[in-house]
Design a protein around this ligand. Structure first.
Ligand code: GLU
Length: 208
C-alpha cells in the first residue's frame, strides 16, 4: 500500500507534491507520478481552460524529478503517488495517476480493487479504452461514467460499485481547485492551512 499526496491552495503545487512523495518514500515503492491542474477557470468558471498535466516514471523519485525539471506544471492543485504494484508490472504506463479517456479526470489510488475485471469489461462494452494493466484504471473511467457535474457525487457512486480496499484521490479539470478523496478501510488524512489544504495517505507527507 503506497503513498498518496494532494494539494490545493494558493501555491504552485508541483514541488509540494514532490516533497510529500519524498517523505513517503519510507513506505517503499516501484514508480511515481504526479498530475497537476494547469491553467485557469475560464470564462464559464468551470475550468474550460484547465488541463491536467501528468508525469510519471518507473523507478526512483529522482528519475521523475529530473524529468519534470523543465516541465511547465504551474498549477496550484494536484495529486501525487508512489506505487507498489499489485496489478500490472512496475512500468511507466502502469504508474499512477491514471486518466480517463478525455484526460479530464485523474486518479491516484493505493490498495486493491478486487472486482476490477468485471468493472473493466462493463466499461469496455460502453466504449471505454484502457491503456494499463492496473486495477486502478477503472476508477477514472467509472468517475467519468457517473459524472453529473459533481465529482463528489460521482465518487460516492463509484464507492458503491467497487469492492476492495485503499484510498483514492481524484481531480477533474471541470472542477478547478477541487480534490476529492475517499477511503475504504485505509487511512487518508486531511491537512488544513491558510496557504492551502492537503490530503495524504500518511502524516509525514504534510508535516512540513
Ligand atoms: N493496486 C494498484 C496498482 O497496482 C495500487 C498499488 C499501490 O498501493 O501502490 O497500481
Amino acid at each position: 500500500m503506497c503513498g498518496i499526496v494532494g494539494y490545493t491552495g494558493s501555491k504552485k503545487c508541483r514541488d509540494i507534491l514532490m516533497g510529500g512523495l519524498k517523505r513517503l518514500e519510507y513506505r517503499g515503492y516501484d514508480s511515481s507520478g504526479i498530475a497537476v491542474m494547469n491553467g485557469n477557470m475560464g470564462n464559464d468558471g468551470a475550468g474550460s481552460k484547465c488541463k491536467i498535466m501528468v508525469a510519471k516514471e518507473a523507478g526512483k523519485i529522482n528519475i521523475l524529478e529530473d524529468k519534470i525539471e523543465n516541465f511547465k506544471m504551474d498549477g496550484d492543485c494536484g495529486i501525487g503517488h508512489t506505487r507498489w504494484a499489485t496489478h500490472g508490472e512496475p512500468t511507466k504506463v502502469n504508474a499512477h495517476p491514471h486518466l480517463e479517456g478525455s484526460g479530464r479526470i485523474a486518479v491516484v489510488h493505493n490498495g486493491i480493487i478486487e472486482n476490477y475485471v468485471e468493472l473493466r469489461e462493463e466499461l469496455e462494452k460502453k466504449g471505454h479504452s484502457f491503456i494499463s494493466d492496473t486495477d486502478t484504471e477503472v476508477l477514472p473511467h467509472l468517475l467519468e461514467e457517473y459524472k453529473d457535474g459533481s465529482l463528489i457525487q460521482a465518487m460516492r457512486k463509484v464507492l458503491k460499485k467497487v469492492k476492495g480496499s485503499g484510498a483514492i484521490v481524484a481531480i477533474s479539470s471541470d472542477r478547478p481547485g477541487e480534490l476529492v478523496g475517499a477511503r475504504i478501510f485505509s487511512p487518508l488524512i486531511v491537512g488544513i492551512s491558510p496557504e492551502g489544504n492537503f490530503i495524504a495517505s500518511d502524516i509525514p507527507a504534510v508535516l512540513e
